[in-house]
Design a protein around this ligand. Structure first.
Ligand SMILES: C[S@@+](CC[C@H](N)C(=O)[O-])C[C@H]1O[C@@H](n2cnc3c(N)ncnc32)[C@H](O)[C@@H]1O
Length: 220
C-alpha cells in the first residue's frame, strides 16, 4: 500500500469560498454559541480550578491531544507550566494517564464545552495547540471543522498563541482567513520533513513523507 497517498486528504470540496466563510463567521460573532454546557464539564472545570488554586502555574492547552505525546513533550519543554491535555476519547488518553507527569492535567471531555469554560474564566492561556484536528473532509461537514464551527471566534481568541498543525493546507488556509477576519495576526508555514514528531499522527505522516503545515495565530 502507498501510505503517502493514503494519508493525503481527499475531499469533494473543490472551492473554499472566503466570502461564504466570512459571512458564516459574521453570523457566529453576532450570535455566540448557546448549547448548554454539560454538568460533567462544569465539574471537571471546577476540579481544574481547585488544582490551579493549590498549584498555580501558567497554562498551556493541548486540545484533541490523542495519546498525549505532544502533552508530554510540552510538559518537559515548559516545566513551569501546567499542560491541560484534553481529549474526548478515554481510550486514547489511557496511555497518557499511565505516564502522568506532575505538570500534565488530563481532561476527558468534549473540548468545545471546556473551551467555553476556559474562555469565560479569568485564566490566561499562554499557548493553545490543536495538532492534527479531525479534518472532516466531506463538503457537507464543513461546519464540523474548527474554523467553520460556531465555536471558531471563541476558539481563536482563547489563547495568546494558538498553534494548529495539519496535513491539509486548505484547512489551515481557511483557518487563517477566519483569524484575519477576527483581527488576529497569523503566519502559515510548511513544516520541514525531518522535524521531531510531536504527535503520533505527525510521526506517521513524517515516516511517509506527507507534507505538513503549521498555522500560528497571535492574540496580543
Ligand atoms: C486526528 S486525532 C489527532 C490526535 C493527536 N493530536 C495527534 O496528532 O496524534 C484527533 C483527536 O481529537 C479528538 N477529538 C476530536 N473531536 C474532539 C472534541 N470535540 N473534543 C475532544 N476531543 C476531540 C479525538 O478523540 C482524537 O484523539
Amino acid at each position: 500500500m502507498d501510505y503517502h497517498d493514503f494519508y493525503q486528504i481527499r475531499s469533494n470540496q473543490v472551492v473554499f469560498s472566503d466570502v461564504k466563510l466570512k459571512s458564516t463567521i459574521r453570523k457566529y460573532c453576532a450570535h455566540p454559541y448557546q448549547r448548554p454546557i454539560s454538568a460533567r464539564a462544569v465539574r471537571q472545570f471546577e476540579h481544574l480550578l481547585e488544582h490551579l488554586h493549590r498549584f498555580p502555574r501558567p497554562i498551556i492547552v493541548d486540545s484533541g491531544c490523542g495519546k498525549g505525546k505532544s502533552s508530554q513533550i510540552l510538559a518537559q519543554s515548559y516545566p513551569d507550566h501546567l499542560v491541560i491535555a484534553i481529549d474526548q476519547s478515554e481510550y486514547r488518553l489511557r496511555s497518557l494517564r499511565s505516564l502522568q507527569a506532575d505538570n500534565i492535567y488530563i481532561v476527558q471531555e468534549n473540548c468545545i464545552d471546556f473551551w467555553r469554560l476556559l474562555s469565560a474564566s479569568d485564566l490566561i492561556i499562554d499557548m493553545h495547540l490543536l495538532l492534527y484536528p479531525n479534518p472532516w473532509p466531506k463538503k457537507r461537514h464543513e461546519n464540523r471543522r474548527w474554523y467553520a464551527h460556531p465555536i471558531a471566534p471563541l476558539l481563536l481568541n482563547m489563547s495568546r498563541l494558538t498553534i494548529m498543525r495539519s496535513n491539509w493546507l486548505a484547512y489551515l488556509q481557511a483557518s487563517a482567513v477566519v483569524a484575519n477576519q477576527l483581527g488576529l495576526c497569523h503566519s502559515l508555514e510548511s513544516l520541514p520533513n525531518l522535524i521531531e514528531p510531536m504527535t503520533h499522527f505527525e510521526a506517521k505522516y513524517c515516516q511517509h513523507h506527507v507534507s505538513l503545515y503549521q498555522l500560528k495565530i497571535i492574540n496580543i
